[in-house]
Design a protein around this ligand. Structure first.
Ligand code: NAD
Length: 360
């Protein structure tokens, strides 16, 4: 099979980490007989420098014709003083909208070998934590009607949370389908005791759940969910929630793993098209120094293999290689601890590549 991949390296550490990710992907291609072809595209600060805009039309056009998009990170101090519309980060929102990416998937996994980095007590972590937060990405209060009016006591401002049945249904289906491939549990998070939009959310999630009888469904109010993530994170498998609640809870879930350089993400649209990127930024403080951890990018590529290309064995082979590298004591600076062997970005990429084996 041939897969066309749009590659946006971006700024700062973007090019370094993407380079390592693509080496790993090429190894998968060799071992499993797939052809991955790459088209390098500009977005973010580098696009401003070359094309005077953060998201050139050509980038959008080629992304749309590709099977998936890999993104490093964008932004940096060089472009910090530009007006909002011209800033590199504008490219991220633009890509989500233009590519119709309505579901954001963020796994929060604690690796056995990195348990020390978790800020929670060992008895709370238990054997492992493996949560997938599925956040609705293109609706809700971030996209609703907003404005300012003059009230009796001065200025007033409002933002509106609106969800349609169709918007809730499509994100709920993604959550249930992912749960089917995991531990078959979905927790839907809302504020149905107060918000009408949450009541519709809950009704639709319950209706959709009937199509997935093997998946257990429960509901939590968002305030309780925030508390439960710290009190007993092991209870969660897949969390599905709205744009704003997901923004907050996915950051909370990822921070309990304690290591930003390890966390991948996927943003999915229709027909299994997706954009895959690490959750961290362009880390200008370590750019070009061979210090960045490429694991979040490598794991984002494993998500691409799983969710866009339906290549489960290949995704597992990448994830197993990452586990083996950690088990054998190799660490980049950000996850380094006493007694481990510190390596740079390139060496980490090489190690993961070498640990990939095809056993299925
Ligand atoms: P950041 O994630 O880039 O860095 C925060 C800290 O984490 C830094 O100390 C950095 O060195 C470290 N870090 C991040 N990724 C790492 C990795 N892979 N390996 C080792 N250490 C790593 O966040 P920031 O400093 O707030 O933002 C820097 C720039 O990135 C800003 O311009 C911001 O707007 C942009 N940004 C981009 C994205 C994106 O492209 N998706 C996301 C967040 C921030």
């Amino acid at each position: 099979m041939e897969y066309k991949i749009a590659v946006i390296q971006g700024d700062g550490i973007g090019p370094e980490i993407v380079e390592q990710g693509l080496r790993v992907l090429d190894k998968i291609g060799q071992l499993y007989g797939h052809k991955f072809t790459y088209t390098n595209l500009l977005a973010g600060g580098c696009a401003i420098d070359e094309k005077d805009e953060p998201l050139p039309a050509e980038t959008i056009e080629i992304c749309k014709k590709s099977d998936a998009v890999i993104l490093g990170a964008v932004g940096g101090p060089k472009w910090d003083n530009l007006p909002g519309e011209k800033r590199p980060e504008k490219a991220l929102l633009g890509l989500r909208g233009e590519l119709g990416l309505y579901a954001n998937l963020r796994p929060a996994v604690i690796y056995e070998e990195l348990k020390d980095a978790c800020p929670l007590k060992p008895e709370i972590i238990g054997d492992s934590i493996d949560i997938m937060v599925v956040r609705e990405l293109t609706g809700g209060i971030y996209f609703g009607k907003r404005g300012r009016t003059k009230g009796e006591k001065g200025s007033e401002a409002f933002d509106t949370e609106t969800y349609s049945e169709a918007e809730v249904e499509r994100i709920a289906r993604i959550a249930f389908q992912i749960a089917q491939k995991r531990r078959s549990k979905v927790t839907s998070v809302d504020k149905a005791n107060i918000l009408e939009s949450s009541r519709l959310w809950r009704e639709v999630v319950i209706r959709v759940s009937k199509d997935y009888p093997g998946v257990e469904l429960d509901h939590l109010y968002v305030d309780n969910a925030a508390m439960q993530l710290i009190r007993d994170p092991k209870q969660f498998d897949v969390i599905v929630t709205s744009n704003m609640f997901g923004d907050i809870l996915s950051d909370e879930a990822s921070m309990i793993t304690g290591s930003i350089g390890m966390l991948p993400s996927a943003s999915l649209g229709y027909d299994s098209f997706g954009l895959y990127e690490p959750i961290h930024g362009s880390a200008p403080d370590i750019a070009g120094k061979n210090m960045a951890n490429p694991i979040a990018t490598v794991l984002s590529i494993a998500m691409m293999l799983r969710y866009s290309f339906n290549l489960e064995n290949e995704a597992k082979a990448v994830e197993n290689a990452v586990s083996m590298v950690l088990k054998n004591g190799y660490r980049t600076g950000d996850i380094m601890s006493v007694g481990m062997k510190q390596v740079g970005t390139k060496e980490m990429g090489e190690l993961i590549m070498n640990y990939i084996i095809r056993d299925n």
